[in-house]
Every structure is written in structure tokens, then in C-alpha cells.
Design a protein around this ligand. Structure first.
Ligand code: HPA
Ligand code: ZN
Length: 328
């Protein structure tokens, strides 16, 4: 079985975090910005832990200053995803980085990203949809501005709203206004939780923000009653095992709970998070799931069904994507 050739769907991908290091290095050179501090000798991104990663991420993002830069980034990222068999992807976008939360500027960035995605759909056969994320450590006031910008651009392409950033900053209830605003605009909801804080924080996030999906959520495994709740309510986890192992949330693939969560009836999906930062690709995630947990072609087909069901795109788009998953 060639795992890289299997069609794949991905729901949890940070657009800037998917930027190939060479792309950011070249853009920095074009703009005469010295970013040498964020790269290791071999050219990869360099950071010490998750919190330093967030700083390096923001430094890398600082050279993306125009809608055109984001259009080029979108093409580069989608070409890479398509090369690993990804046919549908949802990506996190942040008005904080795209025009400083100004709604008019954000609309221009979004239009450029969307146009690039449409070109990639024609050329690379991959469909992209967007999810706006507020950034938790920027605080609740900025999250409100972000939600307003997201609400104004909600539609068939910008389909969701979520929260990324430092999970240890603030409490979920601090962000309830932003999530309510996004929900009222028709956006579907997801939030990062259960990566750097435990099961209690996943529970608090569900109660305060009422998301349909949780980014990571894996530490729910620490509380069997919460695992039951996720399974019963069909709360989907956007699991990024390679990210978790690289960042040390778990010491090894064998110790990762994705297979136990799946066995418990929790709808789990698989994504790369920030692939070049975490030295992964969707092919590698599949390879490691096969090697460590014996997931086979049938398991990956089931994964595709769960993932497509959990996608935030319209039913028409789902029907079209489902056709690409059928053997021809
Ligand atoms: N986790 C949380 N916040 C982020 C990430 C991530 O992997 N990437 C960019 N912002
Ligand atoms: Zn993430």
C-alpha cells in the first residue's frame, strides 16, 4: 500500500505555520529583513519549546506584509499538501497577521488567498476553505475585533472561527463574546484545547465556547467521563500526533492516545498543524499511524468519512469531494 498516494483530508493547518522555511527566507531576503535567528544551520526553523515556537512563528510571519505575499504563500502551501495526496484542506487564517484586524484590509487579504486557492484547485486538484482564528495570548479584546472581521466575511469560503495561540493564556469564558459573535454570523466553531492544559480545560472550553470540534483535545484521555462525553456528543478532535510528539506533549508515537480515543468512539481526524516546524507531512502522519497502530487502508477510508463529515464546507462541496475519494 502506498500511503502517500491515498487521498487525504486535513482540517487543522496554520497557513503561516505551513510556510516552507525557504519561502520565508527568500521573502525576508527580498525585503531586506534579517531573520537569520529563526533558522538552524541546515535551513530548518529553530526553536526550543512551544512558547518559543510561537515567537519564531510570529517572527516568520512578520515578513508576510501584503495580500500578494499571502497569495504566494497559499500557492506554495497547497502545492506541498497536494503532493502528499491532500484533496481537501481547511486552513487557519488570522486577521491579526493579515492587516492588523482592520476589516477592510482583512477583506483584501482574504480575497487574495481565496483567488490563489481557486488557482490551486484548477492546477493541483486541492480544495481549500478558511477558518479565522483569534490568537489567545493577544487577549479577549483583540479576539472580539477578530470575530467582527470574520463575521463580515463569513460565507461559503470563510466557513469557521476558532482560537489558536498560547492555551495557558486566560480562560475560555474570556473569549465567549468572540465565539458568540462568530456563531451568530453562521461560522462553525473550533478551538485549540487539551494540548498544554488537561481534561478540565477541554471541558471548560466546551461549556464556554460550544465548539463542534476541538483542536488537539487529546488530553481528554485523562478523564474517562470526558471521553464518553466527546463520543456521545460527536465532538470531533483535530488530532496532530506528529506535532504532539515533536513538541513533547507525548514522549513517543506509541504513547500517543489517538488510537485509544478512536477505540473509545471519539471522532478523530488527523492533521499536521505546522508541518515544516514539526518535520512532518500528511504522508508521514499516515506512515506513523500505520507503523505504530496498524492503521490500514480500511482505517484510512473510515478516517476520510469521519473527516469529510466534520468538514465545515457546504454539503455541495462535500458531495464533490466525496466523489474524488471513490475509486475510479
Ligand atoms: N498551536 C497553537 N497556536 C498556533 C499554532 C499551534 O500549533 N500554530 C500557530 N499558532
Ligand atoms: Zn494548531
Amino acid at each position: 500500500m502506498s500511503l502517500s498516494a491515498l487521498p487525504k483530508l486535513e482540517l487543522h493547518l496554520h497557513l503561516e505555520g505551513a510556510a516552507p522555511p525557504a519561502f520565508i527566507r527568500d521573502l525576508a531576503a527580498e525585503k531586506h529583513v534579517d531573520l537569520s535567528g529563526i533558522f538552524a544551520e541546515g535551513g530548518a526553523y529553530s526553536y526550543t519549546d512551544f512558547w518559543h515556537f510561537l515567537k519564531v512563528y510570529e517572527a516568520a510571519t512578520s515578513v508576510l506584509t501584503t495580500p500578494e505575499d499571502y497569495a504566494r504563500l497559499t500557492r506554495a502551501v497547497l502545492a506541498e499538501s497536494a503532493a502528499h495526496g491532500v484533496v481537501y484542506s481547511e486552513t487557519f487564517l488570522s486577521p491579526d497577521f493579515c492587516g492588523g484586524r482592520d476589516p477592510a484590509a482583512w477583506a483584501e487579504y482574504l480575497a487574495a488567498i481565496r483567488e490563489a486557492a481557486e488557482a490551486a484547485e484548477r492546477d493541483d486538484g486541492i480544495t481549500l476553505r478558511g477558518i479565522v482564528t483569534c490568537i489567545r495570548h493577544f487577549g479577549p479584546d483583540k479576539a472580539k475585533e477578530t470575530a467582527v472581521a470574520a463575521a463580515e466575511t463569513a460565507g461559503d469560503w470563510l466557513v469557521g472561527f476558532g482560537m489558536a495561540g498560547d492555551e495557558r493564556a486566560g480562560e475560555p469564558a474570556d473569549f465567549a463574546w468572540a465565539f458568540d459573535c462568530a456563531r451568530e454570523a453562521g461560522l462553525r466553531l473550533t478551538t485549540h484545547a487539551g494540548e498544554w492544559r488537561g481534561a478540565e480545560h477541554v471541558r471548560a472550553s466546551l461549556d464556554a465556547l460550544r465548539p463542534e470540534r476541538v483542536g488537539h483535545g487529546v488530553r481528554a484521555i485523562e478523564d474517562p467521563a470526558l471521553v464518553d462525553r466527546l463520543a456521545e456528543d460527536g465532538i470531533v478532535l483535530e488530532v496532530c500526533p506528529g506535532s504532539n510528539v515533536t513538541l513533547g506533549v507525548y514522549p513517543s508515537w506509541q504513547a500517543h492516545p489517538i488510537d485509544r480515543l478512536r477505540e473509545s468512539g471519539v471522532p478523530v481526524t488527523v492533521s499536521t498543524d505546522d508541518p515544516p516546524f514539526f518535520h512532518t507531512t500528511m504522508s508521514r502522519e499516515y506512515e506513523m499511524l500505520n507503523r505504530n497502530f496498524g492503521w490500514d487502508e480500511e482505517a484510512f477510508k473510515e478516517l476520510n468519512r469521519i473527516t469529510l463529515d466534520a468538514a465545515f464546507c457546504t454539503p455541495e462541496t462535500k458531495t464533490r469531494i466525496a466523489k474524488t475519494l471513490e475509486p475510479s
